[in-house]
Design a protein around this ligand. Structure first.
Ligand code: S3P
Length: 438
């Protein structure tokens, strides 16, 4: 599949982005582990989150799709999952794989996990190592550090304190999920706070947790089914918001976007870049996750510096922020972001390589990028490298480029934002992005 993108002078109107990917995965997993029936609204029906649904079904949970984004999960209870009869394929989804390994560490049976070509290159030792210390067997390729992996859990697991060397919500969540089966409180600390959706949802499901700004401690216990309302994904909204910040005519509002403070780094950076952004917080209706309507219209952007504790709050938005940075006046530096090299692709290398094809010079560093603007994008033929966020960031560049841009290998967009092209076209009022079979 490929995108053919034409420059568009106008982006205007209101839109709803699909449900938050991180929250959706967690709703399916916790629903499967809970006692009782969990009703989910706004579940992200994209490939990654559907992998997690298939996985919990393979582990014995009964899942009913009641309508678009509406799922009912009959929970198995904390001790009720059963051995799957086949390998679980996590596709492109790192969150499915890493969170599942955490759950499986507490199951007294063998499960095999695999993934697509990209996921099989991504590091799994960051979750396997603490889970082995808790008593689980995690074995596999490359010394047990890459998928395919086989996991055999045990009960109870040893309670540990894990000092994670990376700020990763996937690592934190895997250890906490395993902690549900531990013989005492389990603590995780990390160098900077990562997204806290697991902590919020575990609490909502009746699990006791104590948090401070550096660490979280979970007391093992049962989960009680709950209703989950998934807000729109700020990581998907970011593509549309950056496009709206660069395209002169109009103004775009994205409704009911999740604005959990551990995820809103992209809004802080766009504000620091002088973007014309308005955030209207929505009244909380007992929701564990806050939401807001976010409006954006074009303005002249200026360069900024992105690093430190901000990085985990916007790690998935860096590809599209690089596009904003190229159009902004002055220098933008992105540092402390070496994690970008082990995402769905090496995003630092991908951005500097593909933006160069569009005539935009980007300086690559081991842990980030330096971009001096404003520069003009030139329409070109570029490659996503099978990475959804690179594909969508390049499409945003194409919307403001001189001439037509062709982005190859865009089927990956369906992992997180299948409606991306349709939504942009509706806001553009024209076929700005056409989807072609490769
Ligand atoms: C996610 C955590 C982040 C993020 C990923 C989703 C999650 O990964 O990049 O898209 O849902 O926990 P890391 O935990 O590896 O930083």
């Amino acid at each position: 599949m490929r995108f053919r993108v034409r420059p568009t002078p106008r982006l205007a109107g209101a839109a709803d982005v699909p449900g938050d990917k991180s929250v959706s995965h967690r709703a399916a997993l916790l629903g499967a582990l809970a006692e009782g029936t969990t009703e989910i609204h706004g579940y992200l029906e994209a490939e990654d989150c559907l992998r997690t649904i298939t996985a919990v079904q393979a582990l014995g949970a009964e899942v009913t799709r009641k309508g678009p984004g509406q799922y009912r999960i009959a929970g198995c209870g904390r001790h009720g999952l059963r051995e799957p009869s086949n390998v679980i394929d996590c596709g492109n989804s790192g969150t499915s794989a890493r969170l599942l390994v955490g759950v499986l560490a507490g199951q007294p049976f063998w499960t095999m996990l695999t993934g697509d070509e990209s996921l099989r290159t991504r590091p799994m030792d960051r979750v396997a190592e603490p889970l082995r210390r808790m008593g689980a067997a995690v074995v596999g390729r490359a010394g047990g550090s890459k998928l395919p992996l086989a996991v055999k859990g045990t009960r109870p697991l040893r309670a540990i304190t894990h000092d994670s060397p990376v700020a990763s919500a996937q690592v934190k969540s895997a250890v906490l999920l395993a902690g549900l089966y531990a013989d005492g409180p389990v603590s995780v600390s990390e160098p900077a706070p990562s997204r806290d959706h697991s902590e919020r949802m575990l609490r909502q499901f009746g699990v006791q947790l104590v948090t401070d700004d550096r660490s979280v401690t979970l007391m093992p216990g049962d989960l009680r089914a709950s209703a989950v309302s998934v807000p729109g994904d700020i990581s998907s909204a970011a593509f549309v918001l950056v496009a709206a910040s660069l395209i002169g005519d109009g103004g775009v509002t994205i409704r009911r976007v999740g604005v959990n403070p551990t995820r809103t780094g992209v809004l802080d950076v766009l504000q620091a870049m002088s973007a014309n952004l308005r955030i209207d917080h929505l009244p909380a209706v007992g929701a564990a996750e806050p939401a807001a309507d976010i409006a954006m219209s074009a303005s002249e952007l200026k360069g900024t510096s992105i690093g430190g504790a901000l990085i985990p709050r916007l790690i998935d938005e860096i590809p599209v922020l690089a596009i904003a940075a190229a159009r902004a006046r002055g220098v933008t530096t992105i540092g402390d972001a070496a994690e970008l090299r082990v995402k769905e692709s090496d995003r630092i290398a991908a951005l500097s390589r593909e933006l160069a094809k569009m005539g935009v010079a980007v300086r690559e560093r081991p842990d980030g990028l330096t971009i001096e603007g404003p520069q003009r994008f030139r329409g070109a033929r570029v490659m996503s490298g099978g990475d959804h966020r690179v594909a969508m960031a390049l499409a945003v560049a194409g919307l403001v480029a001189d001439g037509e841009t062709v982005i190859e290998d865009t089927a990956c967009v369906a992992t997180s934002f299948p409606q991306f092209a349709v939504m942009l076209n509706a806001l553009a009022g024209t076929d700005a992005v056409t989807v072609e079979d490769a």
